[in-house]
Design a protein around this ligand. Sequence first.
Ligand SMILES: [Cu+2]
Length: 288
Amino acid sequence: MSAPLRLGLFAAALAVVFVASALAGGAVGPTPEDEPPEPAHADADMATEVAGGHGGAHDVRGLASAQDGLRLVVADPELPRGREQRLAFRIVDDHAETVRHFDVEHTKRMHVIVARRDLTGFQHLHPTQRADGAWETPLKLRDAGSYRLFADFSRDGEPQTLATDLRVDGRADLRDLPAPAPSAVSDGGYDVELAATDAHPGEEAELRFRISKDGEPVSTEEYLGAGGHLVALREGDLAFLHVHPTNDAGSDEIAFASTFPTEGRYRLFLQFQHDGEVQTVAFTQVVR
Ligand SMILES: [Cu+2]
């Protein structure tokens, strides 16, 4: 296939994903905004646009701390090991003013994803906004090493994912990415199967997860306006893909449409809710 044709197909695929997410976003309906401060917790939601809303084939998200006139600034990127600390950050514009207004996306105005560089230690948090516009959340990083912090939000209808590094001093015991496997167990003991998919760069792939516990199918509860939440991070540079669910809650199967931008290995972090508890489970996906 010629390069321009490939690029064209990829752009078309992106456009389809973007339209689908825009429709789904509209269907979420009224959501609590300016919610009272709540304890941040690792939870799921969402799902949206793959690789950004600007339609460019090279518009992979989460690789930069500044983009489109916005910048992510962390007050103190050094955290103690294994001890909860308050992490504070702000989004500033190109006049160095703190941005205060954000769109509600997946029922929240700010989503934070944290993962260590070796794709362990995944956390999904919802920080609270202070009166001065800064965001803060308690954060505990269990192991030493370099972590990636993603701030995922939408402003004036433009989805953005900015990222920067956090570090925990000490000797990091880095792990290899686990080999692809058809099943995995969530942190709360749910069995999750991923239907085999052939994923190719720039082509939409369907990711179908089936959930059970003690051999019985489990229907997921709605969480942050969706049946489940999936983040895909690319091995190596931790490029960020926020993937959209294609079915609702209330089924033992959660399906997502995802367009992986390049070959490589990706770590998929699925979150779903059952019995009021958010579950997290991870899979390795090869794209070639
Ligand atoms: Cu979130």
